[in-house]
Design a protein around this ligand. Structure first.
Ligand code: CU
Length: 388
């Protein structure tokens, strides 16, 4: 029995070690720091590790020396202590106390304090401000000032269902890839405001050294100043429900000139989307577009086939709301209609009003009505726009 147990443990240990070897990207140190804050925390960590190591070796050394040199086989006689107070007791209490006080408050306290103050200082010399909003299960980014002011987009997981369910090979950025990267200029201090629309999330990029909870109803902040162009990846670091592992963070740091070009291109794209809301769309165009929007935004809860995961996420296939009337005779939006639910949400169902544009909302509603509800009418982007 026991030997079997022991053998199993060894097998387990060996297989764990082998699998570590298979994940060649696993390293034993922090990721290469990409911001001053990450640099600073890495230095603090290394310094602390050194101090801890020295204390460990000194204490262990004294212990080994004492045990070995005062062993019974050598005929060592234990000393006799009597009386509660004597001078040596006082000394061997106070001296270590003083040493630890010095180490904790001076050697460790000062660099740690410096680091924490630097982390909290989001405002001094900040070049730009962005707002990051966590939602189940995606990030939204909004540029708050400068040329990019008003730019706003959603960043969704790009990994395909087939990869997740082992139907195809997993690519190297498995679960770490999104459709829209957050693009930031290098060498600029970016103040990052964080909030959430539902539960607590955490916007975490290990190479930035900063991680801060995004809490609904609060605006919290951190900052980054990325020193090298590149793509930096991270994940939500606060357990936020079913899709917690499916909301990665991807930041693309580019030289300032490239950033400006990107901002202009985004503006053109936004203008084109706004333009799209004015034209009349065919049913096929709406369904095709809606299918895309659905896959990115709705599928996590309502599933690819629309059948949902009742009772948590209702099926859209035999839903009265999906097929029901959207406007009343006067052309007013009906409460609890399909469009009302998508625009304004209810309970766990997010409000999509400020996340999706008019075309996307009209398309996804049309898609659901046609593919899940068996209807054949369309909802036009202009009808959504008129409600804004
Ligand atoms: Cu999250």
């Amino acid at each position: 029995m026991f030997t079997q147990w022991f053998k199993n443990r060894w097998m387990l240990l060996i297989s764990v070690l082998l699998s570590l070897h298979a994940h060649a990207e696993i390293t034993w140190n922090f990721p290469t720091p990409a911001t001053p804050m990450a640099e600073d925390t890495l230095h603090v960590h290394n310094k602390f590790m050194l101090i801890v190591m020295v204390i460990f070796l000194v204490v262990l050394g004294i212990m080994i020396y004492s045990i070995y040199n005062h062993r019974k086989s050598k005929g060592f006689k234990a000393a006799k202590f009597d009386g509660p107070s004597n001078k040596s007791q006082l000394i061997w209490t106070l001296v270590p106390f003083a040493i630890l006080l010095y180490i904790d408050f001076i050697l460790m306290g000062i660099p740690a304090y410096h680091s924490v103050v630097a982390m909290e200082d989001t405002k001094t010399n900040a070049d730009m401000v962005i707002k990051v909003t966590g939602s189940q299960w995606r990030w939204q980014y909004e540029y708050m000032d400068g040329d990019a002011q008003g730019l706003k987009f959603v960043s969704n997981l790009k990994t395909s269902e087939d990869e997740i369910y082992n139907k195809t090979d997993k690519n190297p950025q498995y679960l770490l890839d999104v459709d829209n990267h957050l693009v930031l200029p290098v060498d600029k201090k970016v103040r990052v405001l964080l909030t959430s629309t539902d539960v607590i999330h955490n916007w975490w990029v290990p190479a930035f050294g900063a991680a801060r909870d995004a809490i609904p109803g609060f605006l919290r902040e951190t900052w980054v100043k990325i020193d090298k162009p590149g793509v930096y990846r991270g994940q939500c670091k606060e357990l936020c429900g079913k899709g917690h592992g499916f909301m990665p963070v991807v930041v693309e740091a580019v030289p300032e000139a490239d950033y400006k070009v990107w901002v202009e291109a985004q503006k053109v794209k936004l203008a084109a989307a706004a333009e799209g809301a004015n034209k009349e769309w065919s049913k096929d165009e709406l369904v095709a577009k809606g299918k895309e929007v659905y896959a990115k935004n709705c599928q996590v809860c309502h599933q690819a086939n629309g059948k949902g995961l009742p009772p948590a996420f209702p099926s859209l296939v035999d839903s009265a709301i999906v097929k029901g009337k959207i406007f009343d005779e006067q052309g007013k939006l009906l409460k609890d209609s399909h469009l009302d639910r998508v625009l304004n949400g209810k309970g766990v169902m997010p409000a999509w009003k400020s996340v999706l544009n008019d075309v996307e909302i009209a398309a996804v509603v049309t898609y659901e009505r046609v593919d899940f509800g068996g209807m054949s009418d369309t909802l036009q982007p202009a009808q959504v726009k008129a409600l804004r």
